[in-house]
Design a protein around this ligand. Structure first.
Ligand code: PLP
Length: 387
């Protein structure tokens, strides 16, 4: 954590992208080189590092997690009439990727402890049209992958992991992003490891990989051509343009090389919040994240749950007035205009509705110093104690 060397800033932002060290050096190498487009040396080095972190899969860098989710939906062969079970407490892209294929997201409620999909509700959402389950590891805390994988295996369903927030986190000792046939990672500037915009598709089932490369390269077999396996490349399947340029990959490489240190730093800040708010939770004045003992999370989000939605709105106003930029998270997709149009709901969504209406994410980034964090803690403590 940065030492407390300066006066508290008047505004404590929710996010503040920070450099890991070698970004400018690597960017200089790209800008003075001869390869600016995608799939060059920096892309390959990033992919190799991702494959070390997620050893069961092959990685393809993408321009966003959204792009990786779209690729996964194409690889899954989703089409009109198909259904994909997923939580509604997620970002639009989890569902949008499915809708773009003409298929339908079916929302189920989340668990009140981890805020992840409630695996006990999969059976009620299953129909003859169900083709896949899309799980979201909220805040880098793993979904209950053992029962989810058992359920999927028994019914021949594909599993896609929206691991946008989950790099460098584990479930029962195994890295998130290695469980499903496909996983999608985000390097958006709000994530732990960043490149401004950016993402990666992880393909854990090798039988899908050659098609993934084709979809990635606009439906062509250009990757094979670059490897010298064919003498010219051509259009062989549908696909789109999902490659980031080498400029993005160079920035990302500097971050990925430091992924362990960046995660450790983030966890330190996360635990400082936890220690500060534990007693308030015991008193029933707010709730803080719950991480099951078999999950190693990555400190991506620290949130508090206000006792009621009315108090959440009041707390937010006071936080902002005090210059502390806490923010809400997802508007549940089942209540969004597009969700109502393109998706359907299985069962009761009361946990999702309740959690979404009471949650505040606190400032958490690597430029946050102890004075700033103490200020956040003090303002939230005063709110919870009703002062
Ligand atoms: C769960 C989830 N999935 C997907 C995305 C989209 O990521 P990206 O901005 O890299 O496309 C986000 C973005 O925050 C997210 O939280």
């Amino acid at each position: 954590m940065r030492p407390a060397t300066k006066e508290p800033a008047r505004q404590i932002t929710f996010n503040h992208p920070t450099l890991a060290g070698e970004e400018l050096k690597y960017l200089g190498e790209v800008l003075t080189g001869i390869h600016l487009s995608g799939n060059g040396e920096f892309t390959k080095r990033c992919q190799a590092l991702l494959e070390e972190l997620l050893p069961s899969g092959r990685a393809l860098l993408t321009h966003s997690c959204t792009g990786a989710l779209e690729m996964a939906a194409m690889l899954a062969g989703l089409g009109p009439g198909d259904e994909v079970i997923m939580p509604s407490f997620t970002f639009a892209s989890t569902a949008n990727a499915v809708v773009l294929r003409g298929a339908r997201p079916v929302f189920v409620d989340i668990r009140p402890d981890t805020l992840n999909i409630d695996e006990g509700l999969l059976a009620q959402a299953l129909t003859v049209r169900t083709k896949a389950i899309s799980v979201v590891h909220y805040a880098g805390v793993g979904c209950e992958m053992d029962p989810i994988l058992d359920f999927a295996r028994d019914r021949n369903l594909l599993v896609m992991e929206d691991a946008a927030q989950a790099l460098c986190a584990k479930y029962r000792g195994r890295s998130l992003g290695t469980f499903g046939q496909f996983a999608a990672i985000s390097f958006h500037e709000t994530k732990n490891i960043i490149s401004g915009e950016g993402g990666a598709l992880i393909v854990n089932d090798p039988s899908y990989f050659s098609r993934a490369e084709i979809i990635w390269e606009k439906g062509t077999n250009r990757s094979q051509f670059w490897r010298g396996e064919i003498d010219k490349y051509t259009w062989v399947d549908f696909g789109s343009s999902y490659l980031p340029s080498e400029v993005i990959a160079a920035f990302l490489l500097a971050q990925l090389e430091k992924s362990r240190e960046l995660t450790a730093h983030r966890l330190q800040i996360w635990h400082r919040y936890r220690e500060a708010f534990r007693s308030l939770e015991t008193l029933g004045l707010l709730q803080i994240p719950h991480v099951p003992s078999h999950c190693e999370h990555n400190g991506h989000i620290f949130f508090v749950l206000a006792p009621t939605s009315v108090l959440r709105e009041k707390w937010l106003k006071i936080l902002w007035r005090e210059g502390v930029y806490g923010v809400i998270h997802y508007v549940p997709l089942h209540s969004s205009p597009a969700g109502r149009k393109f998706c359907c709901v299985s069962g009761d969504m009361s946990v999702t509705d309740d959690i979404a209406s009471r949650l505040i994410r606190l400032p958490l980034h690597l430029a946050l110093d102890v004075i700033e964090q103490d200020r956040v803690i003090q303002v939230v403590t005063n709110l919870a104690r009703g002062r």
